[in-house]
Write a protein that binds this ligand. Structure first.
Ligand code: 5GP
Ligand code: ZN
Length: 105
């Protein structure tokens, strides 16, 4: 989507601290971290919110990459939290689907 902030980050048009990328998923550090380690994992394909994510294959792949990034890239050996903020009432501010990985306490 042309004017979506996270689409622009995934295309490399806006700089970000990238921790992982592949053909379907992109992960980068949150600009205002709420934990010592705070990474956002997004699909490259634009989906606004979890409520609109009606492709089980995409959701399965996203969660598999969340697990891989947290365990094998970030090495959050003590554990971590995975959070989706869904729509305005759930605190979502950026309307491109993303999982928060929070850890490192
Ligand atoms: P939400 O509230 O939508 O679930 O989370 C959006 C997150 O994106 C927030 O934690 C916010 O700090 C982060 N964020 C907003 N703008 C940018 C940006 O330009 N770059 C990065 N890396 N993170 C951003
Ligand atoms: Zn987008």
């Amino acid at each position: 989507m042309a004017d979506c902030l996270f689409c622009k980050i995934a295309r490399g048009e806006i700089p970000a601290s990238v921790v992982y990328e592949d053909e379907t998923v992109f992960a980068f550090r949150d600009i205002h971290p709420k934990a010592p380690v705070h990474v956002l994992v997004i699909p490259r394909h634009h989906v606004a919110t979890l409520s609109d994510a009606d492709d089980p294959a995409l959701l399965g792949l996203l969660m598999d990459r969340v697990r891989h990034i947290a365990d094998s890239v970030l090495r959050l050996d003590a554990g971590y939290r995975v959070q989706f903020n869904v729509r305005e009432g759930g605190g979502q501010e950026v309307f491109h689907l993303h999982a928060h990985i929070l850890g490192g306490w």
